[in-house]
Design a protein around this ligand. Structure first.
Ligand SMILES: NC(=O)c1ccc[n+]([C@@H]2O[C@H](COP(=O)([O-])OP(=O)(O)OC[C@H]3O[C@@H](n4cnc5c(N)ncnc54)[C@H](OP(=O)(O)O)[C@@H]3O)[C@@H](O)[C@H]2O)c1
Length: 218
């Protein structure tokens, strides 16, 4: 299965890229810049090979990555994710699109969830990408720890989606990544609750002076 990371050159893209490749998926790094995507792909390949895997991650512009992939993950900051989705709408039609997007702002040092009028980033993406199957997942993964190959974690991933087959596919993808366990979190109407956990995790880590936090349902 080919999985594209749209804007996969950033923080959450890093852990997703090498961990999905180690789990056996074909990974395509998307970027606004072809050369940036290729450089990142080369770096991820050397990392995957150092970790004992086969590095055949490729890098290209977001349009081409969307066209080639079976599943696309929008790994772009929320302020730009929606306009990018609008631009890629035709290329993403018929495909599974995963949203790890969390709209939030910092006010007086505290992170606050700021959902769009549709109710959540996932719901807004589902409106924009009405011909795609939008599934919300990976929102509560702490990017820095996830990108550290030495990090050993046991985290849960709440997965929301209205298309049951697409949700099942995404839960299977999540569960292939070592240390992650997928939970069915129902339809997209539950995505505001899932997205809102992320600022809580960041605020808890800051207040309690811990490293970044993931979640475990136990
Ligand atoms: N960071 C976390 O801990 C974390 C955890 C869970 C979920 N998330 C979610 O994952 C998404 C990505 O977060 P991140 O921290 O990985 O973001 P990031 O590193 O700040 O940015 C990711 C990529 O987005 C692209 N980008 C930046 N501005 C853009 C624009 N105006 N138009 C199109 N693309 C643009 C850039 O790629 P190019 O320059 O190569 O095009 C950049 O490398 C967010 O929606 C966030 O809510 C983040």
């Amino acid at each position: 299965m080919k999985i594209a990371l749209i804007g996969g050159t950033g923080n959450i893209g890093e852990g997703l890229a090498f961990r999905l490749r180690l789990a056996g998926f074909d990974v395509i790094i998307g970027s606004r810049s072809e050369s940036k995507a290729r450089l990142k792909a080369e770096y991820f390949n050397s990392l995957v090979e150092r970790l004992g895997g086969e590095g055949n991650i490729s890098g290209t512009i977001n349009d081409e990555a969307s066209r080639k992939a079976d599943v696309c993950i929008i790994t772009i900051p929320w302020r730009y994710a929606f306009e990018t989705a609008e631009r890629l709408r035709d290329k993403l039609a018929g495909k599974i699109v995963i949203s790890p997007v969390v709209p939030m702002v910092v006010e007086n040092g505290t992170f606050r969830y700021v959902p769009p009028k549709e109710g959540s980033a996932g719901l807004k993406l589902a409106t924009i990408l009405s011909r795609s199957k939008v599934v919300v997942a990976f929102n509560n993964i702490p990017a820095r720890r996830f990108a550290n190959p030495e990090e050993k974690f046991s985290w849960d991933v709440a997965v929301c989606g209205d298309d049951e087959m697409a949700k099942k596919t995404v839960m299977d993808i999540v569960s292939e990544i070592e240390g992650l366990r997928a939970f069915d979190a129902g339809g997209l109407e539950n995505s505001p609750t899932v997205e809102a956990i992320t600022p809580l995790l960041i605020n808890l880590a800051k207040k309690n002076k811990t490293s970044e936090l993931g979640i475990r349902f136990a």
